[in-house]
Design a protein around this ligand. Sequence first.
Ligand SMILES: Nc1ncnc2c1ncn2[C@@H]1O[C@H](COP(=O)(O)OP(=O)(O)O)[C@@H](O)[C@H]1O
Ligand SMILES: O=P(O)(O)OC[C@H]1O[C@](O)(COP(=O)(O)O)[C@@H](O)[C@@H]1O
Length: 303
Amino acid sequence: MIYTCTFNPSVDYVVHVDELRIGELNRALKTMTFPGGKGINVSRVLKRLGVDSVALGFVGGFTGEFIEAELRKEGIVSDFVRVSGQTRINVKLKAGRETEINGQGPSIADEDIIQLLAKIRTMAVGDVLVLAGSVPSSLPPDVYGQIAAEASRQGGKVAVDTSGPALRALLANRPFLVKPNHHELAELFGVSTPTREDIVTYGRRLVEMGIEHVIVSMAGDGAFYFSEEATLFAEAPQGTVKNSVGAGDSMVAGFLAAHADGKAVEEAFVCSVAAGSATAFSEDLCTKDEVETIARRVRIMRL
Ligand SMILES: Nc1ncnc2c1ncn2[C@@H]1O[C@H](COP(=O)(O)OP(=O)(O)O)[C@@H](O)[C@H]1O
Ligand SMILES: O=P(O)(O)OC[C@H]1O[C@](O)(COP(=O)(O)O)[C@@H](O)[C@@H]1O
């Protein structure tokens, strides 16, 4: 089974305006509301690709209830810990360019973490735990490390999509998959504007640190895959970007879905890139048909 864990879920409120006028009244052309947060997006894309998962994490308030209800509608099993605060609302402004305002999220108490750990203890050997998204500011950044260590004790494998201190703290646990974007990778190694050579150097360094699969996404500039056996590069498929929120999460789901299906890494990487771009070209997350259509256009280069 694949478990996704979102410490800081969100209701993603997408607002389209023709032009953003700061300091004035703006009227939206269109608004949309989605259950969000990185692990939740991974669960939603996995479902669309025909793979079941259980969504774990912390939810609270009416926004938390919205997320649970939306996942139920999509046939996704969730087993969240209910916290006393309210799940955040993240504003995604589309005014030609994309601007995001992500909320802080509720406080998580020690008892909430204990409840989550109890759920992790039910994982079986070979299960995958996806730890994705930011850690609420009330928690120490190494909290993901504790959760990852518990998953490993159960014989589970850990996939990671987070950034900053939380990502740094998790590397010691040798996750089976990490998917930073190029900015997150550069930050990890203290570089401000990474060249492609830097990305290859640091991607390979993560492999040397014991990480089995490393995917580095670069939005419209393509993506790299690194493992002990291979360094691969894929150009980003061409298309019109409608909403790139969740593109990175879709990459994680695309890779895991193909991997769960026993596909070779090249094919899993193609599925990952296709899922990322299919999401970027959609209002919501990608569908299976869109991923399959775009996958036919993805060309992999072995370096
Ligand atoms: N402008 C774009 N054109 C085509 N594909 C895109 C575009 N933006 C994102 N993608 C796809 O989504 C993937 C993840 O995007 P990225 O923005 O790097 O991730 P994150 O959301 O984690 O920052 C890319 O590797 C690519 O496949
Ligand atoms: O936990 P964070 O880093 O604040 O990110 C949360 C946001 O990221 C998303 O999961 C989208 O992530 P990506 O665009 O990186 O795939 C949104 O649904 C959510 O609003």
